[in-house]
Write a new protein. Structure first.
Length: 387
């Protein structure tokens, strides 16, 4: 096991009706709040009214900026920064999923920075002062509600890039599983794919003797795998929604990564897909992950066999563990298909003419991945396997 420091400063408030506490939570950070949200689902399903009431009851002054798109864009972030400077906002409240939260984190980082906020995403600058951010989560998926990251797409060149800082962790995250009842099946499935990917990125590590976190990863994966079929049949099953919502936070709040070095190559490759073709991040991951696994499993066949047996209940073949490992990958693919996700570029209507460009962009900062280091030619091979 590697040395580690674990600190996750996000206060989690979980359960029915908890969104009504948002005003009280927010009020301790000042009097003026920027309410940041997406394309309108919160208005359509009534959450917006409850949030406004709670904030007003707590005596807060509210400035609004809606319109965050999935795969959030840099131009709206810049608009948010201007608003926060002009209005002297004390706190940013993101109501939504990874996109609204990441956009809020970007705005929070840019307000007191004199340069271009994009500098944080290219590594040109390190964030210093941020406006505190809080979250009311509407979709379990990205884990941004308790993560230290923000992912933004720059429309110029369609670069989708991330940056991390402990300062980005939201001060609080309100998680009411009932709010996720209105998610379309496809969005629920995309969320599950992202949750699983966050676990698998950590699970496939070269670090040995990480038994506890291996088991925690497997338990979280199994919980998600067993509850998603229930939700797809019964979208308003509170218990199943609750399991998946909590799993989404656990998957990416870093507890599962303690003492180990995660891979993250598949996320790097996926960001090229959703950056250029604007597909849902979870759908990009269900395409990339099986291809990545096929490309790298020989580096540690035993680990892949462990994944197959412990997570997917594959019957182990002790004489041929490679067969067991491959069966695990096939079972993962079948699972993605069963919950309605694409497993090839073709199924997601992504043409094959820009694979080389994606491989180039993905590795322009150097090789990606830690389980196996992947250079441009490796990434290109994986993209070809994903066709
Ligand atoms: O925009 P609205 O109208 O709200 O609709 C959203 C959006 O269309 C809809 N939706 C959300 N909650 C709903 C709902 N519809 C009905 N009922 C509800 N309760 O769902 C759509 C997707 O929302 P989005 O916020 O884009 O989803 P997600 O949480 O999957 O976020 C994806 C973004 O997060 C990034 C991804 O790259 C992507 O840009 N990630 C962020 C990470 C982080 N900051 O730590 C880590 C992840 O690996 C990921 O990269
Ligand atoms: Zn992700």
């Amino acid at each position: 096991m590697e040395n580690f420091t674990f600190k996750n400063a996000t206060k989690i408030i979980f359960g029915k009706d908890t969104e009504n506490q948002v005003g009280i939570e927010t009020a301790s950070y000042g009097g003026k709040v920027l309410l940041h949200y997406g394309g309108g689902s919160i208005k359509k399903y009534g959450l917006y009214g409850r949030i406004l009431k709670s904030l007003r009851d707590a005596g807060l002054k509210i400035i609004e900026l809606g319109g965050v798109q999935p795969n959030p864009r840099l131009s709206l972030v810049k608009k948010g920064i201007d608003i926060c400077r002009k209005e002297k906002v004390d706190f940013i409240l993101a109501v939504g999923g990874g996109s609204a939260i990441d956009s809020a984190k970007a705005v929070a980082s840019g307000v007191s920075y004199n340069g271009d906020v994009w500098d944080f995403y290219t590594g040109k600058a390190v964030v210093d002062k941020v406006i505190p951010v809080g979250v009311v989560l509407t979709i379990p998926a990205a884990g941004s509600e308790a993560s230290n990251g923000s992912v933004i797409t720059n429309e110029e060149g369609l670069y989708k890039r991330a940056f991390t800082s402990e300062k980005l962790r939201p001060r609080f995250a309100i998680l009411n599983p009932e709010i996720s009842y209105t998610l379309p099946s496809y969005q629920t499935a995309c969320g599950v794919s992202d949750i699983m990917a966050h676990i698998m990125e950590r699970y496939f590590t070269k670090v040995k003797n990480v038994d506890l976190t291996d088991r925690l990863c497997e338990a979280t994966l199994k919980t998600v795998i067993s509850n998603i079929p229930i939700i797809l049949k019964e979208p308003e099953n509170y218990e199943a929604r609750a399991e998946i919502m909590w799993a989404g936070t656990i998957a990416h709040n870093d507890i599962l990564g303690t003492g180990r070095i995660g891979d993250w190559g598949s996320h790097g490759m996926e960001h090229e897909l959703s950056g250029i073709y604007d597909i849902a991040h979870g759908a990009g991951l269900s395409i990339i992950f099986p291809a990545w696994m096929k490309y790298v499993y020989k580096q540690d066949v035993e680990k892949f066999a462990q994944f197959a047996v412990r997570v997917w209940n594959v019957e182990p073949d002790f004489k041929d563990i490679e067969k067991t490992a491959l069966e695990g990958i096939e079972t993962l693919k079948d699972f993605y298909e069963k919950i309605g996700l694409p497993i090839t570029l073709k199924e997601a209507n992504i043409p094959f003419d820009r694979l080389e460009e994606m491989a180039e962009k993905c590795t322009e900062g150097g090789p990606v991945g830690n389980f196996v280091r992947l250079d441009k030619s490796d990434v290109l091979e994986i993209l070809k396997l994903a066709r």
